[in-house]
Design a protein around this ligand. Structure first.
Ligand code: ADP
Ligand code: MG
Length: 609
């Protein structure tokens, strides 16, 4: 007889997660069909917002989004725009973010300052993913530890690594990183069993992506992908905010950029106006400024005039993607629109003018990416053998050679996974080490591309310049994540090298965070007990309050005094964090009201007779 001690069978479902700039969603495939998991009150979107009103216990999602105005200084949104980016990358958008960014020069990281703590974008993203994981666990009634997460196709290596690290910090084993438009096309193609060439035009809150795909016999092949990591619906809000800021400065002499609260609530009002204009001809923007009120009517035409030049920025990436794929717009059988802003008429109109055909708006613009992620998860779980996803590298990868020139090893739009090897030599006599500096981008000069990582290969045998042979290998895995290795062919010795993402976290930093995450779990438990204690206390307080007038009639003065004392004590300890104190004060109040309860019951019985 055998007794099973441990099962190595991985249990639990693999979920698909759309970790959006603005909203995140989680989905699963059931009975061959993707389904977005909803909260108990039927909501599918989880706003990608984290609020630190209580620094120990941040809130995430809808509740946090409400704090965007009320507690702007402690509330972080659009963090995906910062993920895997350095300070230089972020200069163009610094002004538009109401929270404070600080530079950690040692780690090369940008951090978000909240009170006296600074958080990396990875940590904030991990908090969002933790909420997503919780949503899935509540909806499915089991623990969820494995996921597929989507990223914009245009995300570079640092941004992909950062996403993966965030998943790990949230307790998720990230089995695959998938490009968002690819995921969208999976859901679109699965549902419709379509064939042919399609463009996926995805305009989200902060990123724009376009991909050209070939769908044939269940194979989804990405032919080309382009995009803009700093373009989205947020920018439409920003232009309206700029107009309002100027008008407010003129009429009221108030600089809203200097007023965090007003700036935040203006942003929120501008977004509401934009959303309203997707279904109405006009909408009113109203903003309370201390005692005065700023009010302005926006017509659709006015809004479109402002939005058009911003949305026109999607044209160039679309045309380039078509060119990369060697196609004309007329070759496409369908243009699929994805993302919240694609509900705007002006967006549909611009997509039509770019591709010369009416776009398809049949997919659910918010849910289609998460659904596609779930389908990919289902494929990885071995359940769907009919589909195959072939993704590509969004940007060329290479290294710096003499004179600051880029030697490209892997070209843009190469299918992944892939490997490339090239041999380099030294430039200086008796050189014993070489600097390997890895870049990503399309320009000939490395200083116009993006630095990804650098390391040194040492121990090269001294030899005249040009003699040593150094073989560099670039390996891209199925997630689009790059590993670089270098080997001295003369000695045959391969050096182990650590490629550190330029704007990510090292393994040891992640370990440290994971360890402190365990402390957080403890803190979570304490918090849970606190909430439970408060939940016990609240109905008791409410009952006393409700019957207070009766109590004044029914109780003797000293009895009344006693109840009032106990009530005051409980109210006071409720302000604090001491679980025991709350439980004790609740029992005390309960005990002091026993006689009152008896009298109340007697009274009500009397009334019934
Ligand atoms: P992301 O993928 O970046 O998380 P979403 O696809 O959820 O973003 O889109 C979020 C953006 O969509 C926000 O800028 C939001 O204001 C905008 N949005 C949502 N609904 C509408 C609508 N009906 N009309 C216009 N914009 C909308
Ligand atoms: Mg999206």
């Amino acid at each position: 007889m055998l007794i099973q001690i441990e099962s190595n069978k991985k249990t639990g479902p693999i979920v698909g997660i759309d970790l959006g700039t603005t909203n995140s969603l989680v989905a699963i495939v059931e009975g061959g069909k993707p389904r977005v998991l909803k909260s108990s009150d039927g909501k599918s979107l989880i706003p990608s917002v984290v609020s630190f009103a209580d620094e120990k216990q941040p809130v995430v999602g809808l509740e946090a989004k409400r704090n965007k105005v009320a507690d702007a200084q402690h509330t972080v949104f659009s963090v995906k725009r910062l993920l895997g980016c350095g300070f230089e990358d972020l200069k163009p958008i610094l002004e538009s973010l109401p929270y404070t960014l600080v530079q950690d020069p040692e780690a090369g990281l940008v951090k978000i300052q909240i009170g006296d703590r600074a958080y990396t974008a990875i940590e904030i993203s991990a908090l969002i993913l933790r909420e997503v994981k919780k949503r899935a666990e509540e909806a499915l009634g089991c623990s969820v530890t494995r996921a597929v997460i989507t990223v914009p196709a245009y995300f570079n290596d640092s941004q992909r690594q950062a996403t993966r690290t965030a998943g790990r910090l949230a307790g998720l084993d990230v089995l695959r990183i998938v490009n968002e438009p690819t995921a969208a096309s999976l859901a679109y193609g699965l549902d419709k069993k379509r064939q042919g060439l399609i463009a996926v035009y995805d305009l989200g809150g902060g990123t724009f992506d376009v991909s050209i795909l070939k769908l044939q016999d269940g194979i989804f092949e990405v032919l080309a992908t382009r995009g803009d990591t700093q373009l989205g619906g947020d920018d439409l809000d920003q232009t309206m905010v700029r107009v309002a800021a100027q008008e407010i400065l003129q009429s009221f002499g108030l600089d809203i950029y200097a007023e965090v609260h007003i700036h935040s609530s203006l942003l929120e009002s501008a977004e509401s106006v934009k959303i309203a204009l997707s279904t109405q001809a006009e909408a009113v923007l109203e903003l309370k400024l201390d005692t005065r009120i700023y009010r302005r009517v926006w017509t659709q035409a006015e809004f479109e005039a402002l939005a058009r030049p911003i949305l026109e920025r999607t044209r160039e990436p679309c045309l380039s993607a078509l060119k990369d794929a060697g196609l004309q717009a007329s070759d496409l059988s369908d243009v699929v629109l994805v993302g919240g802003p694609s509900r705007l008429k002006i967006v549909q109109e611009i997509a039509r003018s770019i591709f010369g055909k009416a776009p398809n708006t049949s997919v659910h613009p918010d849910e289609v990416v998460a659904e596609g992620a779930a389908i990919q998860a289902d494929i990885l779980a071995g359940n769907n053998q009919d589909l195959l996803l072939l993704d590509v590298v969004p940007l060329s990868l290479g290294l710096e050679t003499y004179g600051g020139l880029m030697a490209t090893l892997i070209h843009r739009n190469t299918r992944i996974p892939t490997v490339a090897r090239e041999v380099f030599t030294t430039f200086v006599e008796n050189q014993t080490g070489v600097d390997i500096h890895v870049f990503q981008g399309e320009r000939d000069r490395v200083d116009e591309n993006r630095s990804l990582a650098r390391f040194k290969l040492r121990g090269i045998q001294p030899a005249p310049a040009g003699i040593p042979r150094v073989e560099v290998t670039f390996l891209i895995d199925a997630d689009g994540i790059l590993q670089v290795a270098a080997k001295d062919l003369k000695t045959g010795q391969e050096q182990s090298v650590e490629v550190r993402p330029s704007h990510g976290l090292t393994d040891s930093e992640v370990e440290k965070m994971l360890a402190s995450g365990l402390e957080n779990v403890k803190a979570d438990e304490i918090y849970k007990n606190l909430v439970e204690a408060r939940n016990k206390a609240e109905p008791v307080i409410r009952a006393v309050e409700k019957n207070w007038d009766q109590a004044k009639l029914l109780l003797a003065p000293d009895e009344l005094e006693e109840v009032r004392d106990k009530l005051d004590i409980l109210r006071q300890v409720m302000q604090g964090q001491k679980v025991e104190a709350i439980l004790d004060a609740t029992s005390d109040l309960n005990r002091s009201t026993v006689r009152l309860a008896e009298l109340l019951i007697r009274d009500s019985l009397k009334e019934m007779r």
